[in-house]
Design a protein. Structure first.
Length: 278
């Protein structure tokens, strides 16, 4: 785990925390007593106490005193979370971090979301296309390392899954497989963030080369009831785009036009604000 993957908190304990987080070798087996001392060294009492309590909770210790002389498996993600919290509390800007996950449609509206939300928000996303569900599940941990821990996640995966790569095989990802992998993705997302918003896969126009509207409909039909049952708010981008596909989609019949970017970017920003206002 590289040091630069973590936000740098404005506190004297930053380098010590990084050392224990694995910046100078493996963090597993880091001395808990030493880490407790680092957390105690934080200058802000409220930050120090919050991080100490977080550490105690996640390590399974009954209290900080019981950490004395004890060694345990200390995972890099815990270190990243402690750094994030320290950095957030010491960051005078207090920006809300928004993580956007998705395929090329997310890439279409990402900058519009950033524009809509304004300076109070930090919008981050993987540089790459998140592709299909199985691929996204495999890459999630790396994306969190690069993008950091968010306050809210807006995500969708589906266009690639609905594609027909080989005619004799049908849909690239069957509805059952899609539900299986998407449920696992949701489980992992919730480990990082309490605010998770799911967006339906957008429709395509007639003439799309590999995607077919009936397959997109099948995937949305299995995933939307599941997300609702899990208490995940739905941003129905499918319905929004489907109202006027001719205007909101490009000539390639798949990606968002300039008007589509404007409409969907605003819808995503509105969904994020609504979720955080709860």
């Amino acid at each position: 785990m590289k040091t630069e993957q973590f936000p740098r908190p404005d506190c004297g304990a930053a380098d010590e925390i990084r050392k224990l987080a694995g910046a100078e070798g493996c963090a597993v087996g880091a001395d808990c007593d030493a880490l407790a001392a680092v957390l105690n060294a934080l200058s802000d009492d409220s930050v120090r106490n919050e991080l100490r309590n977080e550490f105690v909770k996640l390590t399974g210790a009954s209290d900080c005193a019981s950490l004395k002389g004890r060694r345990c498996g200390y995972y890099p993600r815990l270190a990243a979370e402690l750094l994030r919290k320290a950095g957030r509390r010491n960051d005078p800007s207090g920006k809300i971090r928004v993580l956007l996950l998705g395929d090329s449609i997310r890439g279409n509206y990402e900058n519009k979301v950033r524009e809509e939300l304004g300076d109070a928000y930090e919008v981050v996303a993987p540089e790459e296309n998140c592709r299909f569900a199985k691929y996204a599940l495999n890459e999630l941990s790396r994306w969190f390392e690069v993008c950091g821990e968010p306050d809210v996640i807006h995500w969708n995966i589906g266009l690639w899954d609905s594609a027909v790569v080989c005619e004799e095989d049908g849909m690239f990802t069957s509805p059952a497989e899609y539900l299986f992998y998407m449920s696992r993705i949701l489980r992992e997302l919730k480990k990082h963030c309490a605010h998770v918003i799911f967006a339906t896969t957008t429709p395509v126009r007639d003439g799309s080369l590999n995607q077919h509207i009936e397959f997109i409909d099948q995937l949305n039909a299995v995933i939307v009831p599941y997300m609702k049952a899990q208490g995940v708010p739905i941003n129905d981008l499918y319905a929004i785009v489907n109202r006027d596909k001719e205007e909101l989609l490009r000539d390639d019949c798949i990606h968002l036009s300039l008007k589509g970017i404007e409409v969907c970017g605003k819808a995503v920003a509105d969904a994020i604000r609504a979720e955080l206002s709860k």
